[in-house]
Design a protein around this ligand. Sequence first.
Ligand SMILES: Cc1cc2nc3c(=O)[nH]c(=O)nc-3n(C[C@H](O)[C@H](O)[C@H](O)COP(=O)(O)OP(=O)(O)OC[C@H]3O[C@@H](n4cnc5c(N)ncnc54)[C@H](O)[C@@H]3O)c2cc1C
Length: 399
Amino acid sequence: MGGVLILGGGTGGTLLANMLARRGIEITVVSESPEHLFQPALLYIALAGAGADIVRDERALLAKRVRFARERIVRVNLAAHRAEAASGARFDYDSLVVATGARAEPAQIPGLAEIAERYGNYHSGITAAQKLWKALDSFRGGTVAVGQASPICVCPPSPVEGVLLIDKLLRRRWLRSKSRLIFFTPFPRTYPAEPINEIVEPLLKARGIEVKTFFDVDRVEPASRTIFSIEGERIDCDLPIIVPPVCGADVAYEPDGALNADRFIAVDKKTLRIKDTDSAYAIGDATDLPTSKAGAGAHLQAKTVFRELMGEPAEFNGRTHCAFDLGNGTGTFVISSYSAPAVRYPPTRIKRLMKMLMGRVYWLSLSGLFETIFNWYFSWTAPERLAARWPRFWRRANR
Ligand SMILES: Cc1cc2nc3c(=O)[nH]c(=O)nc-3n(C[C@H](O)[C@H](O)[C@H](O)COP(=O)(O)OP(=O)(O)OC[C@H]3O[C@@H](n4cnc5c(N)ncnc54)[C@H](O)[C@@H]3O)c2cc1C
């Protein structure tokens, strides 16, 4: 087998490169950033004032035999098996794996880029997260509006986690009685998956957080801090915290049918092969897969492509496994697959602790050395397996 080119040195790209390198395969990783960011921690930098030690040198995370190039890819010719960088550098490949993630694009909504510039958010990197923490630090009471601007966002639990953590922060600072907290969402309920909604909706209600459903952000007026929805509603607030819309990396593909309108790559939902190609794949947030955009998904998709490249039969089953901090010392996971709806997984302190430990486990997991443990864990928590192995537990969890 010849060389594998991986575009993107994030969660999926790094893990896959290290797994393939161990099998003696020639790998090149091309990434526009020399650094690797642990994105889940942005939530705690922005909303809990956590330290910003969440970046590692990408080269140091890759196995020695992996070639690393710091380049921004601008064009991929799928027919000619070639990727081109902004610098003019060219990369030919036998097999391609695109793992360029998703990027926040506040400019898609009028007024949102100005709001993001002024108040920050927790989906656009460390500087934006620190800016939001500063805005919260100087907040002395008033109306805070938290929500997601459009239906697709990275880490679907994070908008609700955001409002719950802000509620916790305001209570700790004795500001909750002086504040109105509004959560808005484009979905018909607080959390789109009903079994998870059954957990979070009562929590928001108990904490006096108002919920506005069917609220698709149309535009924002930065001067008055008014958020307008496509449905004709408005929210006036003192502090707007808006999860921006996302889209795929700014890379042109030939043929251009590889991309959807939001620049996400059209892949076969099981093989992860880019449509109409023989040896090109895409994984993680870069894809148009009908599952959550999350690190656990990128991890499992990297494993699927690894097996396919090794000539083993493999299919991605749509598995999601998103950790959810409920802001009250407990947590849960959003677990589902193409064939099983989300499990109503009872919140516990241990599940939140697991989310907190993820920051440490994450860097180790990228080496690909702990796949036996991950295989066991993902298989033990598979929604289909839970039902088959412990029917009583399954019924209780889904009550
Ligand atoms: C606030 C927040 C909380 C989250 N919490 C969780 C959680 O609890 N659990 C969970 O599983 N996930 C969580 N996530 C999501 C998770 O971090 C991402 O889903 C995951 O990192 C996606 O991995 P990826 O490999 O697809 O892309 P990324 O990790 O984003 O990597 C993309 C890579 O591509 C590179 N790149 C982009 N464009 C180009 C280009 N043109 N040329 C070259 N290189 C390029 C980038 O530099 C980067 O290295 C959270 C995300 C956020 C923002």
